[in-house]
Design a binder for this molecule. Structure first.
Ligand SMILES: [Zn+2]
Ligand SMILES: [Zn+2]
Length: 428
């Protein structure tokens, strides 16, 4: 927990760029003319056993900087080889340019590179790098505020053992140096500089997802940790009043089949128009309400592959527990591993449920299952009918877009998704 009063000036952020898991042992740097290393234009950084060599000379560690006030002219430090898409099938090495300072270390025989830069400069590079140019200003501001607050609250601390705050990839937040910089993202950072939502003096842990599906999920249901008061199960609509209980199976099925109008529903923003505003969306996608069908054989193969348990058939997907938005948080898969042996697999988080029930990742765990032809007790096929995209807690990106297009400002959008919070400028 971070108190708002503890942050009085713009902090620096440390971002891991080349990580030990990349097992990289060298890189080439091209320096801008006004970097801290004046005489040398190109540098070779290498790991040899216990040493770190810079152009062949052993160093304990090595740091190089470009001055901060020159973001407009883009001089930068270029690294020839940085991993992008770490751990994904499309992982590749690309060159990237950075502002601020780069630190290099020998970490148990491999290279560790960390980019240290002022938070607002970092936000200019990440907050809107996925957004289309048609994006309304209020959405860019809301996204920037949420990204800033998430960083300052830094509740996850995934990499503190390696001495940096965030890595440069989807594990934390995708950051490709100044390649993400745009006029829009600069304006988003400048117009909201230092502003975060605060609840009872604490900086809000502003986690967010693509689409809530019409009802926001609690923090507790997704992360199985105590629920901060500003995460509430409320509809993504102009009114907070509702009498839905989506933990109830009958009400949930009704909710899926009779979708209400919400800030994230197609009445507010047609799904075909989303690619114009938000990056990372598929043109043909339907996210507010969606369906996936699997044959018996397909689902059996999928679950066997994901779980490592060799199922011969799948009998049912039993919903044990739903969160407030209807997202399933406990599911038991019943099937047979041989003709004689039945086997039950319990999944205890929306994340694991989404991971097991799609070749990639299921949009959300807010679904019910329709079974086709189960007179043999083994269904021929399964149809998952669901809502939303992502965990659904906190800001709903498509809903925030809907609000911005309807004329709401960022100081109306943020408290809608983090109720009870108010915006505060921590530094100027
Ligand atoms: Zn990370
Ligand atoms: Zn929503």
């Amino acid at each position: 927990m971070v108190l708002a009063k503890d942050i009085r000036s713009e902090p620096n952020l440390k971002v891991g760029i080349i990580l030990p898991e990349d097992k990289q042992t060298s890189c080439k740097l091209t320096l801008a003319p006004d970097s801290s290393s004046k005489d040398i234009e190109d540098l070779l950084v290498q790991i040899r056993g216990d040493s770190l060599l810079v152009n062949g000379k052993p160093q304990k560690s090595y740091s190089v900087s470009v001055s901060q006030d020159i973001i407009n002219t883009h001089p930068a430090i270029r690294i020839d080889s940085v991993v992008a898409g770490r751990g994904f099938h499309w992982q590749k090495n690309v060159s990237m340019s950075f502002l601020g300072t780069l630190h290099f270390y020998n970490y148990n025989g491999v290279l560790l590179a960390i980019n240290e830069l002022p938070l607002e400069k970092y936000l200019m590079c990440v907050a809107t790098s996925e957004m289309g140019t048609a994006c309304p200003e209020a959405l860019i501001q809301a996204q920037t505020i949420v990204a800033r607050s998430f960083i300052l609250a830094n509740a996850e601390k995934k990499h503190s053992d390696l001495g940096f705050d965030f890595c440069n990839d989807d594990c934390c937040q995708r950051y490709h140096g100044i390649d993400g910089l745009s006029e829009q993202s600069k304006a988003g950072s400048e117009s909201t500089r230092g502003i975060v939502p605060v609840f009872k003096g604490k900086i809000c842990d502003t986690r967010y997802s693509k689409s809530c599906g019409g009802m926001m999920e609690s923090f507790e249901a997704v992360w199985n940790q105590p629920n901060p008061e500003y995460f509430q199960v409320i509809p993504d609509m102009a009114t907070n009043q509702h009498d839905h209980d989506l933990t109830d199976e009958i009400q949930f099925v009704k909710w899926i089949n009779n979708p209400p109008t919400a800030f994230c529903s197609p009445e507010t923003i047609p799904e075909s128009e989303l690619p114009k505003y938000l990056g990372g969306v598929d043109e043909s996608g339907e996210y507010y309400r969606w369906e996936f069908s699997y044959s018996q054989n397909e689902l059996t193969k999928l679950i066997s592959g994901k779980s490592g348990i060799h199922f011969e058939s799948i009998k049912s997907l039993d919903i044990v527990k739903r969160g407030g938005s209807g997202r399933i948080i406990q599911l038991t898969i019943h099937g047979r591993t041989t003709k004689e042996n039945s086997y039950s697999l319990s999944l205890d988080s929306e994340y694991e449920i989404r991971r097991h029930l799609h070749p990639g990742f299921l949009f959300s765990s807010a679904f019910y299952v329709h079974y086709n032809n189960d007179d043999q007790n083994i269904p021929d096929s399964f149809t998952l009918k669901g809502a939303g995209w992502g965990h659904g807690a906190g800001l709903c990106q498509i809903g925030a877009l809907g609000m911005a297009l309807k004329g709401y400002s960022s100081d109306q959008i943020i408290p809608h998704y983090y109720p009870g919070s108010h915006l505060l400028k921590l530094y100027s």
